[in-house]
Design a binder for this molecule. Structure first.
Ligand SMILES: [Zn+2]
Length: 151
């Protein structure tokens, strides 16, 4: 480096117009995914669905990929931990293959919360169409939840 004696000078961000323009040219054809805060559950150590698992299941969900293009206003894509995650109305969209894993985990974490509390908790972060029905059916198979429900 020394023999070329480079002159290094600092260009303040506001004056560094050329770099800004080059790095901020919007891509017309691709929606730019935004980065949003991860929800606390995803950071829980034993949470069963890593972003990579969700992203892969979403990518293989043919119907989701189709509707994604049909209703661009309702779906949104965000990058989490380098994974492109699809949201439906600001909730993480969960493909069918992951439903039971997620319900079982929540059900255990929340210590047999019963139908309504389980639905409310999961609805805060996740979406799939038949979630309430699936949670209701799952809870029916749990003896402990049945006892709580009757109280
Ligand atoms: Zn239970």
């Amino acid at each position: 480096m020394e023999e070329y004696s480079p002159t290094i000078f600092y260009v303040k961000g506001v004056h560094n117009i050329i770099a800004n323009i080059l790095s901020r040219v919007p891509q017309q054809d691709a929606p730019v995914p935004e980065i949003i805060e991860t929800c606390f559950l995803m950071e829980t150590e034993n949470f069963p669905l890593a972003f990579a698992i969700i992203a892969q299941a979403q990518a293989y969900d043919k119907k989701l990929q189709e509707t994604l293009n049909q209703f661009p206003m309702e779906y949104k894509q965000c990058i989490h931990c380098a994974q492109l995650i699809i949201y439906f109305k600001n909730k993480i969209f969960i493909p069918v293959e992951l439903w039971s894993r997620l319900i079982e985990w929540y059900h255990e974490q929340l210590l047999h919360p019963g139908v309504l509390r389980l639905i409310e908790s999961m609805k805060q972060h996740f979406h799939w169409k038949t979630m309430a029905k699936d949670i209701t059916n799952f809870t029916k198979t749990c003896k402990e939840c049945q006892i709580f429900e009757q109280q």
